[in-house]
Design a protein around this ligand. Structure first.
Ligand code: 15L
Length: 262
């Protein structure tokens, strides 16, 4: 199952995984009609009964649904806290084997760019959104340890459309669509109990030297550096808070000291 199947990453994964797996596609937004080997469910991830019906017979859930950027608390709470909980609970009730949770680099966004992370550090969320991703990682750990629902949490960097880095920060954080698909396949199939993995391509300027990727056998192929010559500075490259921290502009949003360019 892919939750959030109508979103950008959901559409990329639908396209790239359909030849390998039978897919159950779930989103509250409308989606293209089910093709061969697909089933489509249009419902909210806060609707526990609908979730449970849709999950019957599902082996793995790739949980992408939710608010994907900073937002007011009630939106984050409903989708990324309550909806995330309902998704894990429904998966457990339905006997799902593996959860692949779309976490985010914003769970650790307040680490400086000079610090190479290996995934074992305490979280340092940069937004309410980042806090909700740290919640999802904790929830995944809880369901794995208590109920045996194994999980891989993907701290995704920047996967975008068009499928290329768009600013200087992305030279470190970019995750190509090809690498995203491979990362998710490894996350579904690796024999692990609970694992945090950074989701980035083989970028020369990568800040994340984790062994999580090794643990699931993920070897990225693409390198954002191929676009380096074409990228120019953006406003967030000038703000010292955004420029120096891994979460970039997410760290500067609502920050009392942001907006200084000296
Ligand atoms: C994320 O978590 C967001 O979903 C995405 O829109 C990007 O902002 C990305 O992080 C990023 O850090 O570039």
């Amino acid at each position: 199952m892919i939750t959030g199947a109508a979103g950008l990453l959901g559409r990329v994964l639908r396209e790239r995984l359909r030849s390998r797996y039978a897919l159950v596609l779930l989103d509250q937004a409308p989606m293209d009609a089910a093709g061969e080997g697909e089933a489509v469910f249009q419902c909210s991830i806060t609707d526990a009964a609908a979730l449970r019906r849709a999950m019957q017979g599902v082996d793995s859930v790739v949980h992408l649904a939710g608010v994907s950027t900073e937002a007011p608390w009630d939106a984050i709470r409903d989708a990324n806290i309550e909806g995330c909980y309902q998704t894990f609970e429904a998966a457990y009730q339905a006997g799902v084997r593996r959860m692949v949770f779309a976490s985010s680099n914003h769970a650790i966004g307040f680490y400086p760019r000079t610090r190479a992370l290996d995934g074992s550090e305490p979280v340092r969320p940069d937004t309410r959104y980042g806090v909700s991703k740290a919640f999802g990682e904790a929830l995944a750990s809880y369901y794995a340890d208590k109920f045996g629902l194994s999980a891989v949490c993907l701290r995704i960097g920047t996967a975008r459309s068009p499928d290329e880095p768009g600013d200087i920060r992305h030279l470190s954080t970019w995750l190509s669509h090809r690498d995203l698909a491979e990362l998710v396949i490894c996350s579904i199939e690796a024999p692990v109990h609970y694992q945090v993995v950074f989701g980035a391509s083989a970028n020369q300027r990568n800040w994340w030297r984790d062994d999580g990727a090794q643990a699931i056998g993920f070897t990225p192929q693409d390198n954002a550096e191929d676009w380096a010559d074409r990228l120019t500075a953006t406003p967030s490259d000038l703000d010292p808070i955004a420029r120096n921290l891994q979460g970039g502009s997410f760290c500067a949003w609502e920050h009392p000291g942001a907006g200084n360019t000296d």
